[in-house]
Design a protein around this ligand. Sequence first.
Ligand SMILES: *Cc1c(COP(=O)(O)O)cnc(C)c1O
Length: 345
Amino acid sequence: MTEMIFNQPLQQLITGHLDPELNWHSRCHPIKGYLPQYDTAPLFIKREDELNANAVGTKHRKYLSLLPNLQHSGIKQVILIGSAHSNNVFGLSQMLLSLGYQVTALVKAPGNRALTGNHLLLNMLLPPSQIVYLTHQEWPKVLQMAEAMSLKLNRQGIKTTVIPEGGYSEAVLPGILTLAGDIQKNSDQLNTQFEGIWTDSGTGVSAIGLLLGMRLLGITEPTVHITQIAGTPEEFHQRYRQFEKWMEKLQRSPLPKPAPKVRLLRPATAASYGSINKTLLKESWIIARETGLLMDPVYSVKHLYTVKCEMMLAQPIGPQLVLYNGGTLGMSGFQSQLASQESIV
Ligand SMILES: *Cc1c(COP(=O)(O)O)cnc(C)c1O
């Protein structure tokens, strides 16, 4: 399936690192309603939510190369790190269990003891002995604890590895590079050159993959606008530099210098990570009615609302592509709030 997807430089670099059985292509279509419509700026949405029914799109692209990497390394046990509602812990657990790996999750104890959303589904996937809850105070040490656990298991002869929060690791690089090539494919099919691309970021890994892939393909004209759902601009740039190094290692040559312009945006409301408020709950309803898209409030609604505010402030010029990186499953933790439209922080 990976033949003839991408043009030469990208294709050669990543073929052989990707699981050929997994889907890498998502469609792109005009977005009707919700965002301000200008004649000079046709708007499109990329349906990363449709890549995988069980794991959100940005995470799925990471798994394209992470899973073959684990397989080639002969890993038997995987230690995952994340919040109780983490899309990565929940998405990757499913993939790993179905492939026969042992999975242990080191999870930040949630404020809310009730089992809902991803946290409920994670408990369905893993027995209590394989979910280790850490307190707020213990959390800064989570990576050290995971590494110690992994060392112990490796000494016992069980080949183990740790996947850091959000999948931040070198092994995801070939997978996240597929996004730029896939956007190029959408662009060819629609016969449209995008002049702005709007995405959201947590660890920044997916957005960085997009930027690096664009550089490799020589697509440097569109500005990439990134709603920073988590983290600071400094953290983003530090990770960008780290992935540039990993990229040079992967392709064994320096990276093309010309790069798309990056704009980091603060969320237009409920800026702190994980928080939602009445505005976002209301916008979730409006987006569903006006676009037909059921979006998760923590990432995707916050992102689309921020894009709307930005586009109202400054009229975009030329075709614009908005990425829907989340998925409807992400709503499941918010059913009662969505029903009552009551704010929580
Ligand atoms: C994880 C996630 C992101 C951000 O991905 P990063 O690679 O961590 O920046 C964006 N949207 C959704 C819905 C996610 O689950």
